[in-house]
Design a binder for this molecule. Sequence first.
Ligand code: PDD
Length: 277
Amino acid sequence: MIILLDDQLVSRRQAQVDIEDRGYQFGDGIYEVIRVYEGNMYCLDPHVNRFMKSAEEIRLSLPFSSERLKDLLQELVSHNRLQEGNVYLQASRGTAPRTHAFPSKNTQPNIVAYTMKAPRPFEALKKGIQAITDEDIRWLRCDIKSLNLLGAVLAKQNAVDRGCQEAILHRDGRVTEGSSTNVFIVQDGQLYTHPANHLILHGITRQVVLNIAHELNIPVNEKVTSVDKLFQADEVFITSTTMEVTPVVSIDGRPVGEGKPGPITRRLQEAFEKQIG
Ligand code: PDD
């Protein structure tokens, strides 16, 4: 398999992680996941822009421009002839003797990207998924797509342990987002989702859905909702690069609405399908 290592395409075997890589030791780095449909990276510009923004927020300087990064990712996808799947991209602050503060100025970030074949999640899109609610124990800069994913890992595992596919997180009863997705609630024909502040990742699929809702004249409220409202919702769905617009049909074992994907979710799914096609 061919991967991107810094600015070179090399064989996977040539890429090694040093024991003092700061991503490995501290989670000191950032990442992106980009979906590939029919050989094309979907929403490449917003993904690369968010990557650049995350880098800036953690004061990591990348050795290339967005334009150059897009070209390199394009070469990677073409070289591997990826048709349906994902590109994973990450940058760590580099390799340096272990100490919490930033390493010396000449330390170069370690950048890797690779492709993964993956079909679209057709079954989840059609039938919906089951979710749990869980406390949001993550840090207060969830807008940065950082490599520190322990809060998300533990929440997702709590969901899996209960036979579910996603954990819907809340801080003191205020719904934030899913462990790896954004959460939307439909109530009386209107959409509700957490505002894009420091408590959630500003999902690219979330933004696509907000734009679609606007086009379809579905009113949108970027407002915090409570766990109580989540349970009373007519419909609930999650969004992400890999899960697209996936209905949530039960939460903590209780059915959402009629316990099957609702009509507004279906309309948004259909419109999303047209965008990617
Ligand atoms: N997860 N919220 C969190 C915490 C996420 O990790 C993600 C993405 C999203 C959705 O963002 P987007 O629509 O830009 O993919 C929301 C990726 C896919 C992952 O970690 O695998």
